[in-house]
Design a protein around this ligand. Structure first.
Ligand code: MG
Length: 228
């Protein structure tokens, strides 16, 4: 897939959040379980991972949030992240992760119009890539800003845009779209100066996401927003 269209310059860069935007967990989450196992192993603490009050946080922020009550002076972030990645790789096949309806159609549409597709996700990079592989959609994603790159989501947008420019010669600064399911995705897009498309397939409804440039309820609808 890389070869056939790589000679054409891409007009649009489309950056996807993962959880709640591309994927959902119908049951227990391998990602959350990996945090719990890693925090126990590195810090000896028993944590029940709960992101309900911090939707849209990056993985590094989620680690800190759960360690805060223990008044630990050194979060050992690197060590915890290595352990999360190692655990996730081990247990991912035992858990279910699903594609959100309309995602495949949306990705195929973008591929068809030669958009450059990437991630902006709080997920650590190995976890993000493992999820894509499990779902069979790795081929669509060429680059990304990941939770392992930086703690702040707006920085992840900048990192992804920089990679697009360095690796693919992407120059169309006005045609960068960030698609996510939380207000934090919208804030990150605005801070980084790109367009925010919010999708109501996660926890938040259209009212909560109204500050986005566009709000959609199914990924198929991006064909009316991102044009060839
Ligand atoms: Mg999300």
């Amino acid at each position: 897939m890389d070869g056939e269209k790589s000679n054409q310059k891409c007009k649009n860069l489309v950056l996807f959040d993962i959880d709640g935007t591309l994927t959902h967990n119908p049951g227990p989450s391998a990602h959350k379980r990996s945090f719990e196992i890693a925090l126990k192993k590195v810090h000896g603490v028993d944590v029940k991972l709960d992101t309900s009050k911090i939707h849209g946080s990056t993985d590094q922020q989620i680690i800190k949030y759960h360690l805060e009550p223990f008044e630990i002076s050194d979060y050992k972030l690197e060590e915890v992240m290595v352990e999360i990645n190692r655990t996730f790789a081990k247990i991912v096949d035992d858990y279910q992760i699903c594609l959100i309806p309309g995602v495949i159609e949306g990705l195929e549409y973008l591929y068809g119009i030669n958009a450059l597709i990437g991630h902006v996700t709080g997920n650590l990079e190995p976890i993000a890539l493992a999820k894509m592989k499990k779902l069979g959609i790795s081929k669509f994603f060429k680059l990304g800003g990941y939770g392992s790159d930086h703690e702040e989501r707006s920085e992840l947008v900048r990192i992804a845009v920089r990679k697009a420019s360095q690796k693919y010669g992407f120059v169309e600064k006005n045609n960068v779209f960030l698609i996510g399911d939380t207000p934090k995705d919208i804030i990150a897009a605005k801070r980084a100066g790109v367009k925010a498309i919010a999708v109501t397939t996660g926890t938040f409804d259209a009212e909560a996401l109204h500050e986005a440039n566009y709000v959609i309820s199914n990924m198929k609808e991006i064909s009316g927003i991102i044009l060839p």
